[in-house]
Ligand binder design. Structure first.
Ligand code: NAD
Length: 480
């Protein structure tokens, strides 16, 4: 049994209640560890430690902050295999994916913001011949970072890296469903010599620990990634307290395939954008719209490939689809397979629970499901499923596909496949989403603004946007 501890004031400590929650391994369905069942008192301790660390950390030179963060990044790389295994065990994702994407991206996040602060500048405005206005940026103080289970260390570091780089001290809460790599990360921070209290990690349930971070009087800002419903609850708590808020929420993203696309590339990438990480990426394109002249050709090729995806133990290097994150989530995804059928969808492949042989026989595996014949405005096509379930819908004109693509309450990302540059520009302009990928998917440049519109969130992360979020700007007007 691996017992996780909180990281508060530079120490690994037990929750004050002495209570723990079970940590389940999705690959086997078995309990393999314990997580602190922390409470508001633990959060308060963490906030106090962060407050005590703030005066020194906020005045530590950029060069020194950068050096420490780069040391953590190096340690992540040096422990790649252990972290990838831990991520796969905690989440059910193929270890190959954790090794190639999750963990390298975590060190990249640390490096990106550690070096960005060395190149940051602020503005000055000369006001006629009368004054100079200088913009200065200061860290906010203690900030809260709350992250989800689908890309655990990847999204955890995506938040804390800009927060720390900007000179804030942090109280962070990883998902209780996948806490292991955040725990290992706390050990790496100790090894790197991060000063006590600069980063504090409190484990436990969202409504207890997350809520306590949000409603604490001394957290100045909340950076949250997770579901739209939780985002609403956080906004309701934090907005009347006038906290800065960054909300990265759910998605129901369209993947639009025109007849003039590079068919093979669109097919190969659509398979990834549908089922990578078992479809549990907020950017997955779960609604695939295909221009009518190639509808049957694309559908048949897509279904053939989807039905051949290798499902199995995430620890097997040849596995393409691992386990869903929990029994509860598998049940939720299965309920949508049923809804899709009730709504008249034709199941072209998958949708069944898979029993993997051997030690993984009790794990949470689902054969990727592909549906057609559903109305664009039915529940299956409007609600976030967050699993390996996609729908195929033919379209005739740009206007038709835009209407369908823009019809949901979400607006996180969209993908467009076409070789017509004018069309790519037109469609990108008219799609209601924060990100549009043309002829690619999840091709990330960390300098770009990342975030959604409508119910997919408020605010932008990435690049200077993230550093802006974690700082307060002040204008100093100096009269000549
Ligand atoms: P979730 O909202 O259930 O939980 C996210 C985090 O919030 C967890 O750490 C949880 O413990 C915490 N939490 C729960 N209730 C809370 C409360 N009342 N106050 C404060 N914190 C609370 O989301 P999830 O199921 O972990 O993640 C899946 C969701 O995240 C999906 O909707 C997905 O689209 C979204 N997501 C969005 C992005 C993005 O960048 N937009 C990225 C990844 C995932």
């Amino acid at each position: 049994m691996e017992r996780i501890l909180n990281y508060i004031g530079g120490e690994l400590i037990a929750p004050q209640s002495g209570k723990y929650l079970e940590n389940v391994e999705p690959a086997t369905g078995k309990v393999y560890g314990e997580i602190p069942d922390s409470e508001a008192a633990d959060v308060d301790l963490a906030v106090k430690a962060a407050q005590a660390a703030f005066p020194v950390w906020s005045k530590t030179s950029r060069a020194e902050r950068s050096k420490l963060m780069l040391k953590v990044a190096d340690l992540i790389d040096q422990n790649l295999e252990e972290l990838a295994m831990a991520e796969s065990k905690d989440n059910g994702k193929p270890i190959k994916l954790a090794r190639a994407v999750d963990i390298p991206r975590a060190s990249a996040n640390m490096r990106f913001f550690a070096t960005a602060i060395l190149h940051e500048s602020s503005e000055a405005h000369q006001t006629d011949d009368e004054a100079i206005n200088v913009t200065v940026k200061s860290p906010l103080g203690v900030v809260g970072c709350i992250s989800p289970w689908n890309l655990p260390l990847y999204l955890f570091t995506w938040k804390i890296a800009p927060a720390l780089a900007s000179g804030n001290t942090v109280v962070a809460k990883p998902s209780e469903i996948t806490p292991m790599t955040a725990y290992l990360f706390s050990k790496l921070c100790i090894e790197a010599g991060l000063p006590k209290g600069v980063l504090n990690i409190v484990h436990g349930l969202g409504p207890k620990v997350g809520q306590a971070v949000v409603e604490h009087n001394d957290t100045q800002a909340i950076s949250f990634t997770g579901g739209t419903k939780t985002g609403k609850q956080i906004a309701a708590t934090a907005a009347p307290m006038f906290k800065k808020l960054s909300l990265e929420l759910g998605g129901k993203n369209p993947n639009i395939i025109f007849a003039d696309c590079d068919f093979d590339k669109a097919l190969k990438t659509s398979l990834q954008s549908s089922f990578a990480n078992q479809g549990q990426i907020c950017l997955c394109g779960s609604r695939i719209f295909i221009e009518r002249p190639i509808y049957e050709q694309f559908r048949d090729a897509f279904v053939e490939k989807a039905s051949k995806l290798k499902i199995g133990s995430p620890y097997d290097d040849s596995t393409q689809v691992g386990a869903l994150v929990s029994a509860q989530h598998l049940e939720k995804v299965m309920s949508y397979v049923k809804i899709a059928q009730e709504e008249g969808g034709r199941l072209l492949c998958g949708g069944q629970i898979v029993e993997v042989e051997g030690e993984c026989s009790q794990g949470f595996y689902l054969q990727p499901a592909v549906f057609e014949g559903l109305a664009y405005d039915c529940r299956t096509n409007q609600e976030e499923i967050f699993g390996p379930v996609v729908t195929l819908t033919p379209f005739d004109t740009e206007d038709d596909v835009l209407e369908m693509a823009n019809s949901t309450d979400y607006g996180l990302s969209a993908t467009v496949w076409t070789s017509n540059l004018n069309r790519a520009n037109r469609i990108s302009r008219d799609l209601h989403s924060g990100i549009v990928w043309v002829n690619c998917w999840l091709f990330r440049d960390l300098r770009t603004p990342f975030g959604g519109v409508k119910n997919s969130g408020a605010g932008r992360e990435g690049g200077w946007d993230a550093l802006d979020f974690f700082t307060e700007k002040k204008n100093i007007c100096i009269k000549y």
